[in-house]
Design a protein around this ligand. Structure first.
Ligand code: VAH
Length: 316
């Protein structure tokens, strides 16, 4: 049975990935790695956890040795908006920590999943139906770390044989752990505010189309890719994956089908607007579909119904 370490284990994706991996592989086989914040609730009670500051190579090596880890899901990262405000921190976490994880994986023979992002593209990329293989000249520090991360992961595969794989995640929408400092965070916040206030002030303007995905599909993409037959992988770092593309007006209209009195207005964050405008409007994920059977389960309608049902109970 796989022995798995998840870094960034209390983050938006990491906290749910740990629970899903524990369901699939057995709780005792999945270590929740956290930088500082201890896990709480069932995340803490359902399996092992460790303090792992991935910018310290020794800490990564010690946990991998202690639990005989053979697979690392490396989710620890600084997201786009925070990365733009703190570029040095973003480089240290998104690249130096990744380098440490890859070096430990090389020495301990671990497979490594590292998410990239739609942020790995820039305004010179074809932004509609963005191809798997295309120009990647991002103008944000987040995007620079994502492109460099993709190249570093591919290098460790080709040069050292480390089994590295990754996906370019779109904006991820979920109802467990709030995202921290992303440009796509509005697409999570809008559901919470729709239930609490029946109104939302959006920090991205109408017409800003971005790829998005519901968390269950994001978890499925990571696990399915890591279980895929390596002989069928032409690409590795990293695959375009998406489930939907919408702008604030479209998600608001879907919410209004459930909460007719919901009102959307705008107070645009110019930094986030600039970041979002440099990202694809929609991605082509045909390579992931062809090479490892990627297929999302949730569209905007199904996601909205589920988000509002779950949050309706959670926020009561
Ligand atoms: C962000 N949610 O907004 C992250 C993600 C595609 C966006 O990388 O930075």
């Amino acid at each position: 049975m796989k022995k798995i370490l998840v870094t960034g284990g209390v983050g938006q994706i990491g906290s749910e990935l740990v629970m899903e991996l524990r369901r699939v592989y057995g709780a005792e086989n999945v270590v929740c790695g956290v930088n500082r914040t201890q896990p709480g609730g069932r995340l803490k009670e359902s399996g092992p956890w460790e303090i792992v500051n991935c910018t310290e190579a020794r800490q990564v090596a010690d946990v991998v040795k202690k639990y005989d880890i053979d697979t690392i899901y490396h989710l620890a990262a600084i997201l786009s908006a925070v990365a733009e405000a703190k570029p040095n921190l973003a480089w240290n976490v998104n690249i130096n920590a990744l380098y440490n994880v890859l070096e430990v994986a090389r020495e301990a023979n671990c497979a490594v999943f590292t998410p990239s992002s739609i942020g790995a593209f820039g305004s010179s990329t074809p932004l509609d139906n963005t191809p798997q293989d295309t120009i990647q000249r991002p103008s944000t520090m987040y995007g620079v770390t994502k492109v460099a991360g993709e190249l570093l992961c591919d290098y460790y595969y080709k040069r050292f044989g480390v089994d590295t794989r990754g996906v370019r995640y779109p904006g991820i929408i979920s109802n467990e752990t709030l995202p921290g400092g992303g440009t796509t965070d509005y697409a999570v916040e809008i559901y919470y505010e729709a239930i609490k206030q029946k109104k939302y002030t959006c920090n991205l303007p109408a017409g800003t189309f971005l790829d998005m995905m519901y968390m269950p599909d994001a978890l499925k993409a990571a696990i399915d890719l890591m279980e895929a037959d390596p002989a069928k992988l032409i690409h590795r770092n990293a695959f375009n994956v998406t489930a939907m593309s919408f702008d604030p007006e479209i998600i608001a209209a879907e919410i209004k089908k459930h909460i007719p009195e919901f009102v959307l207005d705008y107070n645009v964050d110019k930094v986030k607007e600039g970041i979002a405008n440099s990202w694809p409007n929609s991605m082509d994920d045909s390579a992931a579909r062809a090479e490892w059977g990627w297929e999302p389960s949730y569209d905007l309608s199904a996601m909205t119904a589920d988000m509002l049902e779950v949050l309706g109970k959670k926020l009561k």
